[in-house]
Design a protein around this ligand. Structure first.
Ligand code: ADP
Ligand code: TRP
Length: 333
């Protein structure tokens, strides 16, 4: 049995980019009987940017409810919070001593921040906290602690899994074979989903469609999608956000029919209305489940409690092995 592990940071309301790029592929994978899955909420990773008590608290429940409303089966997947597995932070401390500083200098999130500072003529480390700088070490600890074979992630996280693999092999060389070398699983064919303005859908651009937006908001957002100035009865190109989103929700046949309509010429207004109807049909039952769980957080607490217990039990075994490997004296035998 191979083990799959992935995490999502509670940094805001989940949007369709998160759904199609990360959440849905991970849930599909979890249905495979050959995989044992550990999915978690990376609350301490969120602290690099979310430093507001109410927000961290709310976003954490939002992500938990999102996983469950999108179809994660807690009988099949161990769902937990990173903060409920304190061994993560012990392992992170240990691994920081095997991680070359130069490797962190090259990690993309830190590097992007440095480049932005340089362009703005700021000090290169302006606004960089150590949480951001050491982010890949904490992520390595998440992965190695649970002996993950595969890590389903969006393409933007590939480098972090490569770092985890490097650090695992440095450790194994120095202290003997202890860790499995993890591999990333990047979903094929899911590129970056575009947002309302035609750029990559992202919280940082404010161009998102939240997965669980209520019906009225969803319709409003669909109407806001940027289109071109083709007249109502003129044929439309298929290279537009409306069609790209439609395809994600549609069957092959629905996609073909919609493409034909666009090419024959329907107004953008009608096209948007068809997109809304299709999206709403898929999203409405998920939204209902999400709202129910938000109102019954005790159900979520129980699932996270069970998941946390299982994850901690496994983590305890790994930490014991690691302590032995590096020569920590154990007096509580
Ligand atoms: P955001 O850019 O909105 O802050 P995150 O960085 O929190 O999103 O992304 C969480 C996960 O969702 C990542 O694994 C990423 O690959 C995926 N993701 C985010 N935006 C998109 C998008 N527009 N298209 C596809 N996947 C996305
Ligand atoms: N860094 C990931 C992101 O920003 C979240 C994450 C934290 C993660 N720890 C992980 C993903 C371990 C996979 C495995 O989306």
């Amino acid at each position: 049995m191979k083990r799959l592990l992935t995490g999502v940071k509670p940094t805001g309301i989940a949007h369709l980019g998160n759904y199609f790029g990360a959440i849905k592929p991970a849930i599909e994978l979890s249905k495979n009987a050959d995989y044992e899955c550990y999915y978690f909420i990376a609350d301490y990773h969120a602290l690099t940017t979310v430093q507001d008590k109410e927000k961290l608290y709310d976003y954490t429940y939002q992500i938990a409810c999102t996983w469950l409303a999108c179809g994660l089966d807690p009988q099949k997947v161990v769902l937990y919070k990173q903060s409920d597995v304190p061994q993560t932070f012990e392992l992170s401390t240990i691994l920081s001593n095997l991680t070359p500083k130069g490797l962190m200098n090259r990690a993309h999130a830190y590097k992007a921040k440095v480049e932005a500072n340089e362009q703005a003529n700021e000090d290169k480390d302006y606004g960089v906290n150590m949480g951001l700088y050491c982010y890949p070490i904490l992520m390595t600890a998440d992965i190695l602690l649970m002996d993950a074979n595969y890590v389903p992630v969006g393409v933007d996280q590939k480098q972090h899994v490569e770092i985890a693999r490097d650090v695992a092999s440095y450790f194994n060389k120095r202290f003997g074979n202890t860790f499995i070398l993890p591999e990333e699983l990047v979903p094929e064919g899911v590129g970056a989903l575009v947002g309302l303005d035609g750029r990559k859908m992202s919280k940082s651009y404010g161009n998102t469609i939240p997965i669980f937006a209520d019906e009225k908001t969803l319709r409003k957002l669909v109407n806001k999608i940027v289109t071109d100035s083709t007249a109502p009865d003129e044929p439309k190109s298929l290279d537009n956000t409306i069609f790209k989103l439609y395809k994600l929700f549609a069957t092959k046949q629905q996609t073909e029919e919609f493409a034909e309509k666009l090419q024959k010429g329907i107004s953008w207004g009608e096209a948007k209305s068809e997109l809304f109807d299709l999206m709403n049909t898929t999203l409405a039952p998920m939204r209902e489940k999400y709202n129910y769980l938000q109102e019954h957080r005790e159900i979520v607490d129980e699932i996270l409690k069970q998941g946390g217990k299982k994850a901690r039990e496994y983590a305890q075994k790994t930490i014991k092995k690691v302590r032995e490997a590096i020569g920590v004296v154990e007096v509580n035998k």
